[in-house]
Design a protein around this ligand. Structure first.
Ligand code: NDP
Length: 290
């Protein structure tokens, strides 16, 4: 069994990005600049944004954290988005989700200039990704295909079952895995909460990508021998033995499933760190493309 080490792979990708940035600096070029928009002070969002900003520093990018109070109006936020779209020294930016209930997330995401949409959530980028044109691939699916590719996990002709159909993970990764590309060419089944007899489907899978957000949902009796398992899930579960009061669980019962797997991602240390590395990669692409 091979553990797909997302931490190590993401470190490698960050070093590659840092090399590119150093080359830019030597040529006297402007380094990539990423901004993160954060509304309110949700603990998890602050943690995610904080680690994105730290990663920018590490690779030599310029970064900006733009924070607004929880009660900012939708109109004011749209105005701020407009300003970011027109900022010539900003290559890309992300709006950290979720947004407060009184703000329509779709409206905000649609207002982002697709050229600066390094999260790849804008319909223009989603469409370009589906058509295999140059685009920003959403960071989590981008990280998954990088991991599969760098570990040379066989995917061509394999049956890949994706569980979860969110716009940011399940749906895009199901499209990518079916495309003619390295870490692609798979025959894909996309499962969700209405799927009947999921176990019969996962038992046929050569590759399973779990992205539903239910801790340890995938058990050993749901998979066949030598399966490849990618665990996207991140759920905080109360844990008295942990000083933080919680521990992080994936969607896979790792201890039992790993015994049957040929390749598997751990949680933490699998898909999570890859997501940040690929956001940096998209920002570098934004600097190079625009
Ligand atoms: P969502 O929470 O938006 O959607 C969950 C999906 O799972 C839905 O499509 C839902 O089906 C499906 N689902 C729910 N219950 C079941 C079930 N019993 N059987 C089959 N399918 C089911 O998903 P996200 O993609 O946003 O997040 C999924 C997980 O991944 C979360 O734990 C999240 O924290 C994590 N995540 C991790 C990232 C990383 O960097 N590692 C990045 C993004 C997310 P339906 O559509 O029918 O409701």
């Amino acid at each position: 069994m091979v553990i797909l080490d997302g931490k190590g792979t993401s470190d490698q990708i960050k070093l590659e990005i840092r090399d590119e940035v150093n080359k830019m600096k030597l040529k006297g070029e402007r380094v990539p600049h990423l901004a993160a928009v954060l509304v309110g002070n949700d603990g998890a969002s602050l943690t995610y944004v904080g680690s994105k900003v730290r990663s920018c520093d590490y690779v030599g990018f310029k970064s900006s954290l733009i924070q607004f109070n929880n009660d900012i109006s939708e109109k004011k936020l749209l105005n701020e988005i407009k300003k970011l779209n027109h900022n010539p020294i900003l290559d890309g930016y992300i709006v950290q989700l979720p947004l407060p209930k009184h703000i329509n997330e779709q409206k905000i995401l649609l207002a982002i200039d697709p050229k600066k949409d390094v999260d790849g959530f804008h319909p223009e980028n989603f469409g370009r990704m589906a058509l295999q044109l140059n685009s920003y691939i959403p960071a989590t699916p981008f990280g998954i295909i990088q991991l599969l590719d760098r570990y040379k996990v066989p995917t061509s002709g394999k049956h890949c079952v994706v569980v979860g159909r969110s716009h940011i993970v399940g749906k895009p990764i199901s499209i990518l895995m079916s495309q003619k590309r390295p870490a692609g060419n798979a025959t894909v089944t996309l499962a969700h909460s209405r799927t009947e007899n999921l176990v019969a489907i996962t038992r046929q899978a050569d590759i399973i990508i779990m992205a539903l957000g239910i801790p340890e949902y995938l058990k050993a009796d749901m998979v066949k021998n030598d399966v490849t398992v990618i665990d996207v899930g991140i759920t905080r579960v109360p844990d008295k033995n942990n000083s933080k009061g919680y521990s992080i669980k994936g969607d896979v019962a790792y201890d039992e499933v790993s015994k049957k797997a040929s390749f598997i991602t751990p949680v933490p240390g699998g898909v999570g760190p890859m997501t940040i590395a690929m956001l940096l990669k998209n920002t570098l692409l934004a600097r190079q493309w625009n």
